[in-house]
Design a protein around this ligand. Structure first.
Ligand SMILES: [Fe+2]
Length: 264
């Protein structure tokens, strides 16, 4: 199955002990060390991209939509005790749809990729973690984010150490993934820099050029990021692959209701 989905010559993930596998892992870790983002363009083969995009487009109407939800960049309610303009107080909107794992058919190419042990082992090695587990979440383990015209994702920090994604279909214009590498750290919240960014500042902003079929590993806990508004009729489709360093991870009921509109 994998040889038909993944460009194994360019990305020898099934032979990690080979010299090519060593080089690949070293490259992934170097990219992550440099910016907290690792991009593997052309990870999916062209036929697999086309099949996954078709499937995503078929499933898109079943996405649950979260429209105009308001939150801070910390994905927490605003702290009204702080001065106006403070990042912890400032609300932004976000609009996105999501297709849950249980709606993705058993013969789906993207499901086959997510459920592959070879892919699991490769991503664990790329991240430099001892062992990786798939989420035990029947809705959120694998899901497809669907963004249509005017939808966007707010500037935010993730509440997980890493996110694994594969862009399936790009929109006509807009929909750019932007981030500021390590704008904060565990020791320094760096509120002033975040406030300048939320005011429209562009200091340190990197715009990632993601093509359909790119596998992306992103460490978003310290690097604020967003997706700019989508333009045009074609939706942006991106598969999100849920992995954790411990077994049994499930989304909270609150997150399930917001993202998928149901608990099971
Ligand atoms: Fe995020």
């Amino acid at each position: 199955m994998l040889p038909s989905l993944i460009d194994l010559e360019r990305y020898p993930i099934a032979a990690l002990a080979s010299p090519g596998g060593d080089l690949l892992i070293a490259d992934c870790r170097a990219q992550l060390a440099r910016t907290g983002a690792c991009m593997l363009p052309g990870f999916l083969k062209p036929d697999a991209i086309a099949a996954a995009a078709d499937e995503g487009a078929r499933l898109a109407p079943r996405a649950h939509r979260l429209a105009g939800s308001r939150s801070t960049c910390y994905l927490a309610p605003p702290d009204e005790s702080l001065p106006e303009g403070h990042p912890k107080r400032r609300l932004q909107t976000t609009s996105v749809g999501a297709v849950a794992y249980d709606l993705i058919p058993p013969d789906s190419p993207i499901r086959a990729l997510y459920e592959s042990e070879t892919v699991l082992d490769f991503i664990g090695a790329a991240l430099g973690v001892e062992r990786l587990y798939r989420y035990a979440d029947l809705l959120g383990a694998l899901n497809i984010a669907v963004m249509t015209a005017d939808e966007h994702l707010l500037w935010h920090f993730d509440q997980t150490d890493f996110v694994v994604s594969i862009l399936l279909q790009e929109c006509v214009a807009g929909g750019a993934f932007e981030f500021v590498p390590r704008i904060r750290s565990a020791d320094d919240p760096h509120y002033a820099a975040i406030e300048r960014l939320l005011d429209g500042g562009r200091d340190g902003v990197i715009r990632l050029d993601m093509q359909p079929g790119t596998l992306a590993l992103f460490q978003g806990r310290w690097s604020i990021h967003r997706v700019t508004p989508i333009e045009g009729a074609r939706p942006r489709l991106i598969a999100l692959l849920g992995y954790d360093t411990k077994p049994g991870t499930v989304s909270s009921d609150n997150l399930k209701l917001r993202r998928y509109g149901r608990l099971g």
